[in-house]
Design a protein around this ligand. Structure first.
Ligand SMILES: Nc1ncnc2c1ncn2[C@@H]1O[C@H](COP(=O)(O)OP(=O)(O)OP(=O)(O)O)[C@@H](O)[C@H]1O
Length: 244
């Protein structure tokens, strides 16, 4: 089922055309990446999908209803979505709920069972500085997920992590998606990350940018042991690097 789609999105900043006729969709339960070089317009596209910016033309549809230029339908984790250092982990996680005027106790009760699922049990009263980078990232993801809508937009959520931690958080995120039926649209310029995580990848390229290629990562290939070292993986990587 198509959950989210953009239809013919165009965006200019003054005279400069940034996006031209961008059409993407996200099915229920999928992880889809938008891959493109720096400055191509990935964040601009996400801002439009999240309703933070208006396109010049085109539509954003959630379950076939237009949500163009309106916020609050989609969860959005920004590139630098850091935890506030002076709030505990629980305090950080329930922040979006408090901003929606949900009572604190109610928000905490809703968040509590998810601490375990997100590998954060017994951290609720700690401050972010006491957690590892991977744990902080999981807390930021839980905050995005917790009071979220059906779709999460993640703008380079893993880019600040070291290579080993990143791999651990990747596998954890894939498991999590299955467990709680998440649908995720991800921005990245990390080609390996896109191949490892995605069901499908959209290549955003050109000036103005549009979707120049859609690549499906075959689930059967992904299941093989050491997929990230396999010839299949390298073939995807070669194809993508040639397109960027
Ligand atoms: N508010 C704005 N006004 C004018 N130009 C803008 C604005 N926001 C973004 N741009 C320009 O639009 C282009 C696309 O920016 P965007 O941030 O969407 O790229 P990106 O692909 O997300 O880049 P990165 O990977 O580096 O984050 C850039 O050239 C940027 O300078």
């Amino acid at each position: 089922m198509v959950l989210l789609q953009t239809q013919h999105i165009t965006k200019n900043y003054e005279e400069r055309k940034i996006l031209s006729d961008v059409n993407i969709h996200l099915n229920q339960g999928e992880l889809v990446s938008i891959l493109g070089i720096s400055g191509i317009g990935k964040t601009t596209l996400f801002n439009i999908v999240a309703g933070l910016e208006a396109p010049q033309s085109g539509q954003v549809l959630l379950e076939n209803q237009t949500i163009t230029n309106t916020t609050g339908h989609i969860s959005y984790m920004l590139q630098k979505d850091l935890l506030l250092p002076y709030r505990t982990i629980m305090g950080n996680i329930i922040l979006p709920a408090l901003m929606q005027n949900i009572p604190k106790k109610e928000a905490e009760a809703k968040a509590a069972p998810f601490l375990k699922i997100f590998g954060l049990e017994k951290t609720e009263n700690l401050y972010p500085s006491a957690l590892s980078g991977g744990m902080r990232q999981r807390a930021a993801l839980l905050r995005t997920y917790m009071f979220s809508k059906e779709v999460s937009l993640l703008d380079e959520p893993f880019s600040a992590l070291d290579e080993i931690t990143k791999r651990q958080v990747h596998s954890w995120y894939l498991e999590l998606m299955k467990k709680i039926d998440l649908s995720t649209l991800l921005i990245t310029h990390d080609v390996d990350e896109a191949i490892l995580l995605s069901d499908r990848i959209y290549i955003l390229s050109g000036r103005p940018a549009s979707i120049t290629k859609e690549i499906t990562i075959e689930p059967d290939l992904k299941k093989q042991p050491e997929f990230d070292l396999s010839a299949d993986f390298l073939a995807y990587k070669r194809e993508i690097l040639n397109l960027l």
